[in-house]
Design a protein around this ligand. Structure first.
Ligand code: 26W
Length: 816
């Protein structure tokens, strides 16, 4: 059922834009630049969505329905204006309205900065999920943090990554957000716990020594072709107004060091780590600030609706996006017991039916632990509650495995030792009614390797929900050419029913359709090529294979394996008489965590190799390497529609799911990938003929490691591998400075090659050869690309959300 788009009054809209242009942004129609026009238009549109947000919020059916609260430290929402216009059904009308005022919508949309409030996959997934919740009208609130600075901006200086702060709101502020001061909360830190007698009942209470204010900013999440708008509520930390400071500020309440902490610091900046946990105090403060403000807001909504506390889990479910908001569990327990005076069993009965937890990574260095002494100091009452949860849990463990001390040690929330730490994942599994991994293989590994004992204790708790991506942003908005083409065949409902794309497969062999499909791809490639020429001054041909790896820089993702392949092509072009290859451009885009030394060295190596290869007349332009700086959502929107080949080459067992793999397949790129994460399911959907799978599988990786992996054996046994690697040793790419790229080389040999690049190299090269050969058969290639678009309907995030709704959350859609 397609709904009427929003009633749109063009004249009123134009007047509103002009009013904001002058009254809000102090420009006249005569002197306004594109940025002022963009801001004024954004404000005019936000007026509409804010009204819809308030109407949705006040709708009795929404108030009385069960909702999901998606708690995430990251929401990588990307630019909102273009996407919201599509969801509101106003793209054409607003194009016209702005044109009448002499403004080109496409140009105005380019003025929007990306809100980069996330690192990578986990944050972007949260944004796709919010879009799918609103599209399907499942009552929901996203809870995140209003960082002043998002993920750092990346540039290159002499090939090395430079970081700069990202003040995403600019000086003028962000037009899409609205402050909700009446919903602000006060959040405590530090202090002590005291006992008191409450009419004969002994109770505990926390007396914090420091308070800050949590100010919510609502960003509208606009339902596709509906009037439903749910909030993405982002908490900003502010100092409490001076008068109330006085009441907490009684000298002895304040421990000296706390005075040093400026309240604004807590949400000042997003931590730039992806898959690596550092244990910093300020990060735990962010987590608690986020959890406490969100839990309090959820309780406020629940009680405002006139509902009983005991019914909380019938009305609200709280999804924890990885372990980052785990402290919400003891915080809810504390509020229920200490503020509402429920006893332990009553509080636990509510809490343990309210929380659910998604695991997004198996990497040991990413599994969060917090030092017991830090939690004790910052959140003393929460530490008590964690001990009590653990105490009761260990009784269950002893009942299940009598006398098995090793089991108790392994499962305990507290890891014993010199520096005792709290294992957040264990707390999550114990305190949640459902736990899920993010792709079938990953969920199996969660069961088999990460939580086997929990699975034995709680056999129905572990689930799989395979990730997905929103087709509104990742096809309709970013690839209008392909969208029109598929709409001709399947009609206009596919953005809400992506499985309908399957009908396109009937045209996979149709020569006329192939031509049109590949013409769209070529246009998208040309657009990217033009951007590269203008911005990076590198000449590339849209006829070359566009081979794309875009994701965070991490050893397990193996950008350096891709680099080895590039080196092998370069070596062969120079040394192998008769070696032929289709012209190819290899694209990278990736940010490295600022403290991740080797990742930065890999970026440097790729940039240095690119410099040489791109300018070497001996290879006749057959191979180009382009590292696009400052990867972000808006850049992905340009690269993904232009990709021919999608690199998904993580060591098997390491990539939980991946979501770029889904976006590129949907846009007609062929995957070259390992049997890892969601690649496995993409292969199931598109079929073996339409994907290039290579490399060791999970059990083979394990067997090789168990037997003792020696990268030198591969290095010495494979002349192409050795020649390719040795190129890194000399001054080929760093004239006058031999050995500058050694860090990457060393990591693969002396460093032990922990992610098995060398073991997978030969198989990777072979897969690329097969792919290169296929590319020369234009019709065969077009057919495979079309089948990728047609057969990946499963990976819409609408389906992921329905899986959560059916198997975990139990929500009902409220069609407004
Ligand atoms: C505490 C440091 C830290 C920061 C971020 C640890 C772990 C993370 C994330 C969980 C890392 C992450 O983004 N994981 C990615 O989640 C995606 C969405 O489920 C998956 O598609 C990716 O495979 C997974 O790497």
């Amino acid at each position: 059922m397609t709904k009427q788009p929003h009633a749109f009054d063009k004249n009123a809209f134009q007047l509103s834009v002009q009013k904001h242009l002058s009254a809000t942004y102090a420009h006249t129609v005569e002197n306004a630049d594109s940025r002022a026009w963009y801001l004024a238009m954004g404000r005019a549109l936000a007026e509409i969505t804010t009204i819809n947000l308030l109407e949705t919020e006040a709708d009795e059916r929404v108030v009385n329905a069960k909702s999901v609260n998606y708690l995430s430290l990251e929401f990588l929402i990307g630019r909102l204006t273009g996407n919201n216009l599509i969801n509101m059904g106003l793209y054409e009308s607003v194009t016209e309205a702005m044109a009448e005022m002499g403004q080109n919508l496409t140009d105005l949309l380019e003025e929007e900065r990306d809100p980069s409030l996330g690192n990578g996959g986990l944050g972007r997934l949260a944004a796709c999920f919010m879009d799918s919740l609103a599209a399907q009208e499942f009552p929901s609130v996203g809870y995140g943090l209003h960082y002043e600075y998002g993920l750092f901006k990346q540039s290159f200086a002499e090939g090395r990554q430079q970081e700069a702060p990202d003040a995403w709101r600019g000086v003028e502020g962000y037009p899409w957000e609205v402050a909700r001061p009446e919903l602000a909360q006060e959040i405590g830190f530090y202090g002590h716990v005291e006992s008191y007698d409450d009419n004969g009942v002994q109770r505990r209470r926390w007396v914090p020594s420091m308070y800050v204010k949590a100010m919510p900013w609502d960003v509208p999440v606009v339902g596709y072709q509906s009037n439903t708008v749910y909030p993405l509520r982002l908490w900003e930390c502010q100092a409490i107004a001076p008068f109330s400071l006085e009441s907490f500020n009684n000298g002895n309440y304040f421990e000296a060091q706390h005075a040093l902490i400026d309240a604004g610091n807590i949400t000042k900046v997003l931590y730039p780590n992806d898959n690596h946990e550092k244990g910093k105090t300020l990060r735990l403060m962010q987590q608690f600030f986020h959890s406490s403000a969100s839990v309090r807001d959820i309780l406020r909504r629940h009680l405002d609706a006139g509902l009983a506390l005991a019914d909380l889990s019938k009305q609200e479910t709280i999804q924890l996006n990885d372990t980052h908001p785990t402290i919400a569990i003891p915080e809810l327990m504390r509020i229920l017991m200490d503020e509402y005076h429920l006893d332990w069993d009553a509080a636990w009965a509510i809490s343990s039916k309210t929380f659910a937890y998604t695991n997004h990574t198996l990497l040991p260095e990413a599994l969060e632990t917090w030092s017991e002494s830090l939690i004790q100091h910052l959140l003393p009452r929460h530490m008590e509650i964690i001990y009590e949860i653990n105490h009761r849990f260990l009784q269950e463990v002893r009942a299940k495995w009598p006398g098995d001390v090793a089991k108790q040690q392994k499962l305990s929330i507290i890891q014993e030792g010199f520096n005792r730490v709290v294992r957040m994942a264990n707390l999550c599994v114990i305190g949640s009614y459902a736990v899920n991994g993010v792709a079938a293989l990953h969920s199996e590994l969660v069961k088999r390797d990460l939580f086997p004992e929990f699975d034995a204790l709680y056999p129905t708790r572990l689930h799989n929900v395979t990730n997905g991506v929103t087709p509104r942003r990742w096809l309709k908005f970013c690839n209008p050419g392909l969208s029109e083409l598929v709409s001709e065949i399947v009609g206009n409902d596919w953005p809400k029913h992506l499985e309908q794309l399957e009908a396109v497969s009937q045209y996979a062999k149709d020569a006329a359709f192939q031509k049109r499909y590949m013409a769209v791809k070529r246009e998208n490639k040309q657009r990217l090529a033009d951007w590269v020429k203008t911005n990076l001054d590198i000449e590339i041909s849209a006829d070359a294979i566009f081979d794309v790896q875009i994701k965070r820089l991490h050893e397990y993702k193996r950008q350096h394996l891709n680099l080895l392949h590039i080196l092998s092509l370069y070596h062969r072009l120079l040394n192998e008489p008769g070696f032929d290859m289709a012209p190819r451009v290899v694209f990278f885009a990736a940010k490295a965590a600022p403290g991740y030394h080797l990742a930065k060295e890999i970026i440097f190596a790729i940039n240095k190799v690119a410099e040489k290869v791109n300018n070497d007349p001996r290879i006749g332009g057959k191979l180009k390497v382009v590292f696009i700086p400052d990867y972000r959502v808006s850049m992905a929107e340009m690269i993904i529609p232009a990709a021919d080949v999608s690199e998904q080459i993580s060591t098997a067992g390491k990539e939980a799911s991946g979501t770029g793999n889904m976006k590129m397949a949907l846009n007609g790129a062929l995957t070259i990938g390992t049997m890892d994460g969601a690649n496995v399911e993409i292969r199931e959907e598109v079929g073996d003929d339409n994907i290039y799978i290579f490399g060791l599988e999970v059990d083979e990786v394990e067997a090789l490691k168990a037997q003792g992996y020696n990268p030198f054996e591969y290095y010495h046994a494979d002349p192409l591998l050795k020649a390719s690697m040795d190129l890194l040793l000399g001054e080929e790419f760093t004239p006058g400075q031999p050995g500058l790229l050694r860090a990457t080389y060393d990591s693969l040999l002396d460093g032990g090659d922990p992610y098995l690049c060398l073991a997978d190299f030969a198989s990777y090269v072979k897969a690329h050869e097969a792919m290169d050969k296929q590319y020369r058969d234009k019709a065969g290639w077009a057919q495979k690309a079309i089948l990728n678009t047609a057969l990946v309907g499963k990976f819409t995030s609408d389906r992921s959300i329905r899986d959560y709704v059916d198997n975990i959350w139990q929500l009902k859609a409220i069609n407004r």
